[in-house]
Design a protein around this ligand. Structure first.
Ligand code: C5P
Length: 234
């Protein structure tokens, strides 16, 4: 069975306060997007990669592809206004209905081989898989008056990361049902599968290094993680 990675890079990066979207910020001489593509391109179980790009930056992504000569990038597509729309654009581009898809945020460049392998392995038993880590913070829900409403049991809480991985048929159906219901703003793919009760969603352990680069401080943390991993690998 083929395993396709969809790399979502259509965000505008407003929260990072940068002039360019954060997927183009540089870590050790390479854009974050390049670091992320490389992880999937080099993984021996990945068959193909689809990049969903911010439409204003398609040429920049194409330049990156020419420069790096990746082996597995199949397509670059213009993304949507929301992450959910971008994700559906990527999903719709895969015609091989009996395949697995791994949907990953471009701004998580520290995804590692082991997590990718564990996700693909889990897809032989489950139709949906989410990567997540334990929460070191206690998390509670508030009401509209900014008053604490309920405490959640930290032992049962997980912080969601990506990739989120699916049998293509399952995630396609989830998105089609969401479109039918006029939903466009979902911030992840598993929550659609959950909403429509389409599959059990198995949790694969993520990593504290698999951060989503969102705010300016995250770029500094990303540089530290990069340096630490480089030292560990030499
Ligand atoms: O905005 P958020 O933090 O949810 O973004 C997560 C990932 O989704 C990022 O890699 C971003 O580029 C991507 N995204 C997208 N299309 C959008 C919004 C976000 O591909 N319209």
């Amino acid at each position: 069975m083929n395993n396709y990675a969809i790399i979502l890079a259509s965000g505008s990066g407003e929260r990072a306060g940068l002039k360019i979207p954060k997927q183009f910020a540089i870590i050790a001489g390479k854009t974050i997007l390049e670091h992320t593509i490389e992880k999937f391109d080099k993984h021996n179980l990945i068959s193909g990669i689809i990049i969903v790009s911010n439409p204003l930056y398609i040429d920049k992504v194409k330049d990156i592809l020419i420069k790096n000569n990746y082996e597995k990038v199949l397509k670059v597509l213009p993304g949507g206004k929301t992450r959910q729309q971008s994700s559906y654009i990527g999903i719709s581009a895969i015609k091989d209905i009996n395949s697995n898809v791994l949907i990953h945020d471009a701004v998580r460049p520290f995804i590692d081989d082991e997590i990718i392998s564990n996700c693909i392995e889990a897809l032989s038993n489950y139709n949906a898989v989410n990567v997540a880590i334990e929460s070191s913070d206690t998390i509670f829900e508030i009401d509209n008056n900014n008053l604490l409403k309920s405490n959640l049991n930290r032992k049962l809480l997980r912080r969601c990361q990506t990739p989120q991985c699916f049998k293509l048929e399952t995630i396609k159906k989830a998105h089609e049902l969401a479109i039918y219901d006029n939903l466009t703003e979902n911030t992840d793919d598993c929550s659609l599968v959950l909403k429509y009760n389409l599959a059990d969603i198995y949790i694969v352990n993520g990593s504290v290094n698999n951060i989503k680069i969102t705010y300016p401080i995250d770029l500094e943390i990303a540089n530290l993680i990069y340096e630490k991993q480089k030292k560990e690998n030499t």
